[in-house]
Structures are given as C-alpha cells and as structure tokens.
Write a protein that binds this ligand. Sequence first.
Ligand code: ADP
Ligand code: GN1
Ligand code: MG
Length: 359
Amino acid sequence: MDIKDIISQFRFEGELKSVKEFGSGHINSTYIADFGEKRYVIQKINTSVFKKPDELMTNVFSVTRFLKNLIIENGGEPERETLKFIRTGEGKEYLKTTDGECYRAYIFVDNSICHNSADTPEMFKKSGAAFGRFQSQLGDFPADTLFETIPHFHDTPWRYHNEFEPAVMSDKCGRAKNCKNEIAFVKEREGKLYRITDALDIGDIPLRVTHNDTKLNNILFDENTGESLAVIDLDTVMPGSALYDFGDSIRFGASTAAEDEKDLSKVEINLDYFKAYADGYLSEAGNSLTDKEKELLAYSAWLITLECGMRFLTDYLNGDVYFKTDYPEHNLIRARNQLKLVSDMENKMNEMKKIIKSI
Ligand code: ADP
Ligand code: GN1
Ligand code: MG
C-alpha cells in the first residue's frame, strides 16, 4: 500500500504537504509526514521481529500514558518529553492493512534532533542522565502489565545456545568459512556470559522496567538548548536489568567509531566517554541501584557489546534476515567491529572498574 494511502487513515490535522523516509534504525521503517503546522512520524512495524503488534502497541500506549501523567505532575511538557501516539481514523492504536502490514503514528517533536555519535563527553553525559531518569520514572510502572515484546531479548546465554550455535551448526548460507576467527572469538567467551542472568535468577539483582535499546539515537535532544528532551523507540520497554541499558549505551556511544566502521584500528572504547556516561546515568539512577548492580556495570558494557557482535554474526550466518543491511557483508563488518570493541574493553576492564568505583 502507498505511504500516502496509509497516512490518510490516521487522525492527522491539516493537509499533507510531503512525506519522506527518515532515520537509521535497523528494524522498523520510519517516515516523516509534513502537514505544514505539524509534522508526524509514521512507522511501519517490522512484524517478523515484533510478532505481536497488538501487544507491542498496548505496551507503548500504556508506557507513554504513564510518563505523560508523571511529566504533567512535574510541570513539564508531555508532547515534547515523551511520544504522543495518534490513533487511526477508526480509533485503533495502529493500522493493519489488508495485506497484513502494520503502521503506527506519533507527533514529530519540533526543534528536536537525534545524534548518531556524541560530539562531546558532556553531550554523552546528558544521554546517560536521560536514560537514568527514564528508568527511575518507570520505577513505579506496573511491570506485570507489560508484554514481553521479544522474549529473551538480552538473555545472552539463551541467544548463544538457541541462536548463535544453531546458526554456526547449520551454516545455511555457507558463510561460516568467512568468519572462522569471529566464531572462535565468541565461543572462547561462552563461559563468561552468565553473570547477569544468573544474578537475576537467584535474586541477586532486581528485575526492573528497562528500555533495552539505549542507543544514543534513541534520545531526542532540543536543537536549541542541547538538553535531552525525550527517550524514544519504546518497542523493547520490558522487564529486564538496568545493566542491559547501561551496557548498550556504552557499546554504542562510547565507541570511538560508528557501529559499522570497517577500519578496526579506529574502534576503541573511549574512557572519557565511559566516565561521562556513568556520571550522568548514576546521577539519576544511582540511588536506586544495588551494590551488586554497580559492581556489574563495567562487565555489562562488555557483555552487551559481545551479545550485539554475536547477534550481527548470527544474522550474517543466517543470510541477513533480521537487521537491515546496506551491502552483503554489512552484518559481518558490524560483528567484527563489535568484537574489536570487546577486545579493547578486555584490555581496559580494570580502568573501567576503577572509574565506576571513583564515582
Ligand atoms: P528505529 O526503531 O528505526 O530506530 P526510532 O523510533 O528510533 O526507530 O526512530 C528513528 C529516528 O526517527 C530517530 O532516531 C529520530 O531521528 C527520528 N524520530 C523518531 N521519533 C521522533 C519524534 N517523535 N520526533 C522527532 N524525531 C523522531
Ligand atoms: C536494533 O531498531 P534499532 O536500530 O534501534 C536492535 C537492537 C540492537 C541495535 C544495534 C529490536 O535497534 O537490539 O542493539 O539494532 N533492535 C531490535 O544497532 O532488535
Ligand atoms: Mg531507534
């Protein structure tokens, strides 16, 4: 179905002037529709990744409703500080077309900007504070009302045994020969994947409502003031560990290079950025974290980076069926990049732990 036909089925104000594709996400497809007075974001939900769009949309509507009330209580601006979803003409939370495609829509926050990399440690510190605040804001959210949109999302051991190993074993695209070293690298670290899931299992660390996809580009910043405005991309808000959120932010934002940089000599963990993020995050979420969580912060950055590298490698082996790719080796490049970052974190692990202690 044509995107303009999709747009005509939502309750937007005014007349459509233009629509264009937008953003650099790996899963959904995002469009910006310009209605003159207002702009809207329309997203096609990737239903092979999010298999139950009803549950997904129930989650995002209830999380944004909860945040809206909190923002109003604090005298803020709910339409700028969280997402405001728009219902379809029929009053539904999302649109399902006759051929089964699913679309949802929300208000584009004017004068906002997303960053794929942080220009300064200060900017990255603000993103840490934003994700820390987001987690504290959802501290009283009734976690048992949330659906698990992607089961086992950051269950690294589960991903290792149920996705990575089978992909290596079946090698259905004959690509394993191209990545023997990368496969071996992941396998050598299998024994070290269990610290967070084990701690959750025995109640050593708490299950919290977390974001689970805390890339820097999932925060809107105010273009004029440079302050953080809103945490977006709420599809994976689920019960999880605070460590997943901390780790994923470091993986993406404290690297000296983009996630798909080919020149591995450019890929390192920047400890100034690591410190800046930890400062920001702990200033907002620190009081609620347990000692055990704090002890595992540096490890979580290592684990989530390894997990992400393993996921890219798995997708490469499976023939690029999960993440969007721009060229045939894209997932392999991403995997190598993430594994290089893992190696660098291993070299700097003592310093990373020292930084956390000093805060
Ligand atoms: P994906 O799942 O593809 O990462 P996101 O929800 O993160 O999708 O949106 C992709 C990009 O679209 C964001 O990084 C941001 O640049 C832009 N964007 C999304 N929502 C808004 C919004 N409400 N206002 C302004 N820009 C937005
Ligand atoms: C995907 O959709 P996006 O680009 O924000 C992925 C994350 C990965 C990330 C790697 C639902 O996030 O888990 O960490 O790519 N999201 C999903 O860049 O799998
Ligand atoms: Mg995103």
